[in-house]
Design a protein around this ligand. Structure first.
Ligand SMILES: [Zn+2]
Length: 424
């Protein structure tokens, strides 16, 4: 996927470095851990997609651009990324919205799924290999629920089927909560549950979007949708699962519980990766708070490269504060990087150059620093600084008169790094 988007790649240079392995912060263990996999191997990477009942906003852009950069860097570093995203087209919010608009829920979901994909494309997010809709996985979901009931971990009531959290003692490991703390959490208010912390696998519904099941007609719970999709494609265990940090509890906690209780294999996912929030004027950007800026509206004001540059100037785990002032400043920085790079490229080449040794050393150092920072839990702010400083040096070196081949090879190296951010 990424190859087609990246004409500057030079296959020979892309080897997975085994001496200094990539370190990734794992939310499950709360520390950076080496990501060790053989060179050229594939990375099974799942990221939670949106519930498609409205247009997506800049909060989503923050998350999906961060994971796009991570996927691009993994490819740059020599891995082959198998990037899978679910589309939540089975959800109460969607059914409610469709009811208000007097539309079929799955038709409405398809409209917003189309809009979502258009927005991602406009943002230059091109690495997602597969999108899978929850509504296409109902048979797999039913099979998983049956197994959980057979194992005595899930139970049926008159309102549906629930996962009994007490039966999975590791519940709480991802969000760092004890069983006592979890007992105080009331997930999905429903009087028929055995315990307040239990969550639904299936809810009975006699109207609206629904499927037949051994437990009456209804629809699946949100968490089991992702477990069914990821296990269908990646098997019982896989490499990386990404999502916004607000999904850690209960969503990702529930995914681990369902999958590990189901398969008996642990860990379900080797690395859990979470992005920080996007805030504006001190508040989280969200549709429910009424402060959401749609991606398509933002793209009328800023280019995708400007938004990507801005998000890359924050570490993916950091909170991003967004404002017009900050975006304009980032856009000026990107302009000057472009100007410097163009100045380097536009200086006429000469037949024989004198500066190639200096230039080669400069590029080597920049590439090594770039990898060092990206290998350190995808430290994009520092890697971006390497690129900025390289563009300044190149602009000055351009005047030193270089031959065509030397210039081209330096330009390729620069663009290859810039392409990890998708900013030029
Ligand atoms: Zn999810």
């Amino acid at each position: 996927m990424h190859e087609a988007n990246c004409p500057h790649q030079d296959a020979g240079l892309h080897k997975v470095s085994q001496s200094m392995p990539l370190q990734i912060y794992n939310s499950l263990t709360r520390k950076k851990e080496p990501y060790i996999s053989p060179q050229g191997s594939s990375v099974k990477f799942f990221v939670c997609g949106p519930t498609v009942y409205d247009y997506v906003h800049l909060g989503h852009a923050r998350t999906y651009i961060a994971f796009d950069i991570i996927a691009r860097y993994l490819e740059f570093a020599g891995y082959r990324v198998r990037y899978l995203m679910n589309i939540t087209d089975v959800a109460d919010r969607l059914v409610q919205r469709a009811g208000e608009l007097k539309k079929d829920p799955l038709e409405l979901a398809k409209e917003y799924e189309r809009a979502f994909k258009e927005d991602l494309k406009a943002l230059g997010i091109t690495n997602i290999e597969r999108y899978e809709r929850a509504s296409d996985y109902v048979p797999q979901i039913i099979t998983q629920i049956k197994t959980l009931i057979d194992k005595g971990i899930a139970y049926q009531t008159e309102t549906g089927v629930y996962f009994e959290v007490k039966k999975f003692p590791k519940f709480g490991q991802l969000s760092g909560q004890s069983q006592e703390e979890l007992g105080l959490r009331r997930l999905e208010l429903c009087s028929s549950k055995r315990n307040p912390e239990d969550f639904s696998l299936w809810r009975r519904h006699d109207t609206g979007l629904r499927w037949d099941s051994p437990w009456g007609s209804g629809r699946p719970g949100w968490h089991i949708e992702d477990t069914a999709i990821s296990i269908a494609h990646f098997g019982d265990t896989y490499d990386m699962h990404g999502g916004a940090s607000e999904l850690i509890f209960p969503h990702h906690e529930a995914e681990i519980a369902q999958a590990e209780a189901l398969t008996g294999k642990t860990p379900f996912v080797r690395f859990w990766i979470h992005t920080g929030l996007l805030t504006t004027k001190g508040r989280k950007m969200s549709k429910s708070l009424g402060n959401a800026i749609r991606i398509r509206d933002a793209l009328n004001k800023y280019t995708a490269a400007e938004l990507r540059y801005y998000f890359a100037s924050f570490h993916y785990r950091e909170q991003v504060k967004i404002s017009d002032f900050a975006l304009k400043r980032a856009s000026n920085r990107l302009k000057s990087m472009r100007k410097n790079f163009n100045a380097f490229q536009n200086t006429p080449a000469i037949a024989r150059s004198s500066g190639e040794t200096k230039l080669a050393a400069l590029i080597r150092k920049a590439e090594s620093d770039f990898r060092k920072y990206m290998d350190d839990d995808f430290d994009t702010p520092r890697a971006l600084a390497v690129l900025t400083s390289l563009s300044e040096r190149l602009s000055k070196l351009g005047r030193a008169r270089l031959d065509q081949r030397t210039k081209e090879s330096a330009a390729r190296a620069f663009l290859r790094m810039a392409d990890v951010f998708g900013i030029l």
